[in-house]
Design a protein around this ligand. Sequence first.
Ligand code: PEP
Ligand code: MG
Length: 324
Amino acid sequence: LARNLDHMASLPGETADGHRVRLWVNTGLMADVVRSLERGAEGVGLYRTEVPFLLRDRFPSEEEQREIYREQLEAFSPRPVTMRTLDIGGDKALAYFPIEETNPFLGWRGIRVTLDHPEIFLAQVRAMMKASVGLDNLRIMLPMISGLGELESARKLVERAHKELREEGYDIPMPPLGIMIEVPSAVYQVRELAEHADFISVGSNDLTQYLLAVDRNNSRVANIYHALHPAVLRALQEIVRAGHVANTKVGICGELAGDPGGALLLVAMGYDVLSMNATNLPRVKATLRAVRKADMEKLLQQVLGMQCAEEIEETVRTYLKRIG
Ligand code: PEP
Ligand code: MG
């Protein structure tokens, strides 16, 4: 498997026995677009809109944003592009919009900031929708959702922006509106959230951090940050089950999706979309194409019976070695 993976680009994302899995990419910079297309990305599961905001010294105007978003949407058209609304705060600070807090990961982050500043949110979703004219491949995704109220408030703003654009003469459909599941409170409300969202996508980087109470960027505790911790695996399994009960497609766009071992377990759980850095795409695709779904399910059952993250990691590592 580790040999030449160039030929993977033209092959579909599927298991050895033909079970389809959508393998999408995470993007931010324009360079990611080229890499993604070369590697045969089938869509974008997470476009981090904060990246262009971080590269500037002031908020980009609605028109500047429209141009940036248009490039992404055009490059991937007709493939879907999932644009996440601004996810600043926590570890992502804009120099021109300082947020000073003693506990930034538990503070003013993601959707909390943009709901408190609807003018920022509205400019952004207007720019996204204007950028999608004639393409229809836009999906909008909300970060750091912790309950239904935030989703409903955000939906009202998106609907308002959409209505105003229609009145201004833009002929655009209302884009699908999805949410990230990355806060533990959302895990316990997935079913209700999924009933009110057009899709859900797990942010496993933050979800792991919050479930284990381990700062994702603190090297002192990095040895206890385990994306394959038994508690995280149970949460991931529960999310996809509950999402499917609500008839909603369930994806994941954290680093775990780009890890070959993680990908095997996620496909066994039933995840519909795995979104990852383009760099990881060929390797993940090759791994999934080498294993039958029933065998992934066996591996999943085996690790779900384990109590310790290190044992799970070792089991998955050994399994990957065996398949080459
Ligand atoms: C995540 O939290 O898993 C995620 C995909 O979002 P970010 O890494 O940008 O916080
Ligand atoms: Mg996140």
